[in-house]
Each structure stands twice: as structure tokens, then as C-alpha cells.
Design a binder for this molecule. Structure first.
Ligand SMILES: *Cc1c(COP(=O)(O)O)cnc(C)c1O
Length: 231
């Protein structure tokens, strides 16, 4: 077995154990393999080990990879910041965008989605722990943004996404995830249709699953460490 295949097995085991502890079904949690900075060969290896959904942060890098791997039935998720001048590439090449936090970006994605493609699945990124310089909509703005996005013809609102500050222990990790889950429930109770809570990474996926995550975004535990240039 390759290292990536073994790592995937370990991560699936972590998700299954976290689901069991939370009395949730393992099918409720999708694993997104975050392949940023890794090449097409690593993605192929993960695909050969049964992985289908991949997350990318750097749009230009992702578009090249997506092109090289177009023969495989993969699902591509944009999880990096989306500037206005990159919306067209995201609309053309990705299946999901997790980091939509303002209407202008959503409108451009909808306008630029090519005809014949299914609607682009969208999550609203929420700045759940209130970091002043962080991307993400403020929790109080999310309901209105969600209603506007739901009206755009070529987008399909799927849910919320968060990147909380790293917590020192399980309880500290769980708190922002629980706040996001509470917001998610509140929006659904207000009639906003959503099915996805994108939260949890290598360090905190157990806490995220305990709080109700339906999609964990895992890079390091699958592909190994990345050079430190992260944005
Ligand atoms: C890089 C990244 C991940 C994966 O992080 P790991 O700690 O390597 O699992 C998940 N989500 C986002 C938004 C990222 O940028």
C-alpha cells in the first residue's frame, strides 16, 4: 500500500471513531482531501485509494491540476480565498466554492458559470470566532447573504464553512465549531435550505465531527507536510 493510501485509511478511521463517539453515522461526514501544493501524481494516488473529492486553495495551481486530471471522475472544491479577478476560473473549473463571503463574488460566480454545467455548489464562509482581519462573513450577515445566494440561478447554496483559530485542546477546538453548528441550525429553522457544514482539518477533525461537521477538509494527515508558505 502507498503512503497516501495508508494515510487515507488512518484518516477514515479517525472520522469513523469520531462519528461513533458522537453517535453519528459515518456516511454523514464527507472527507475532502486537500491537495494544495501537491502534484497530480499524489491526487492520482489518492483517487486510486478511493478518494473522490479534492480541495484546493491556489486557483491557478488548481486549474492546471484539474486539467491534467480531467480523465478521472473527481470533484473539485475551491477552499482558498476568491478575489474578483479569479471568479471566472472558479466558475469554469470547480464543482464547489467554500469561501464565498460577499454577494458580489456570488453574483460573479453565478454569471460566469458556463452553460451546461450543473449549478456551482456554494458554502458561505463565516468568521465564527470574530477575528478582525479574517475572511468570512460576520455571523449576523449570513442569513441575508444566504437568501440572496439562494436566488442566483447558477449557484446552489449548500451550507457554511469555517476556519476557526487553532484551539489548545478538544474543548477549545469544539467551541467555535459548536457556534457554527448552532448558526447552521438556526438558518435552517428560518427556512434556508442547506445540508453542509464544512469544518474540521487535520488537527481538529474530531472536535468538528463532535460538533456536527458534515465535511472535513484534511491535507497534512493525507499528503504529509507542506512547505511553509501558507496563505
Ligand atoms: C490547508 C487547508 C486545509 C487542510 O489543512 P490541514 O491542516 O493540512 O489538514 C483545510 N481547509 C483550508 C481552508 C485550508 O486552507
Amino acid at each position: 500500500m502507498t503512503t497516501i493510501a495508508a494515510n487515507l485509511q488512518t484518516v477514515r478511521g479517525r472520522i469513523a471513531a469520531a462519528c461513533a463517539r458522537a453517535q453519528r453515522q459515518v456516511e454523514e461526514v464527507t472527507l475532502l482531501a486537500v491537495s494544495k501544493t501537491f502534484g497530480p501524481e499524489e491526487v492520482r494516488e489518492a483517487h486510486a485509494a478511493g478518494q473522490r473529492a479534492f480541495g484546493e486553495n491556489y486557483i491557478q495551481e488548481a486549474v492546471e491540476k484539474i486539467g491534467l486530471l480531467s480523465g478521472l471522475a473527481l470533484e473539485w472544491h475551491c477552499i482558498g480565498p476568491i478575489q474578483s479577478n479569479k471568479t471566472r476560473l472558479v466558475a469554469q473549473h470547480f464543482d464547489w466554492a467554500h469561501t464565498v463571503d460577499r454577494l458580489k463574488i456570488a453574483q460573479r460566480l453565478s454569471e460566469q458559470r458556463p452553460e451546461g454545467k450543473p449549478p456551482l455548489c456554494v458554502c458561505i464562509q463565516v468568521n465564527i470566532d470574530g477575528g478582525p482581519s479574517k475572511s468570512g462573513a460576520a455571523p449576523g450577515e449570513v442569513a441575508e447573504l444566504a437568501r440572496e445566494i439562494a436566488r442566483l440561478p447558477n449557484l446552489r447554496l449548500r451550507g457554511l464553512m469555517t476556519i476557526p483559530e487553532p484551539g489548545a485542546d478538544f474543548e477549545a477546538q469544539k467551541a467555535p465549531h459548536e457556534a457554527a453548528a448552532a448558526l447552521f441550525r438556526q438558518l435552517r429553522a428560518q427556512g434556508i435550505e442547506m445540508d453542509t457544514l464544512s469544518m474540521g482539518m487535520t488537527a481538529d477533525l474530531e472536535a468538528a465531527v463532535a460538533a456536527g461537521s458534515t465535511m472535513v477538509r484534511v491535507g497534512t494527515a493525507i499528503f504529509g507536510g507542506r512547505p511553509k508558505k501558507e496563505g
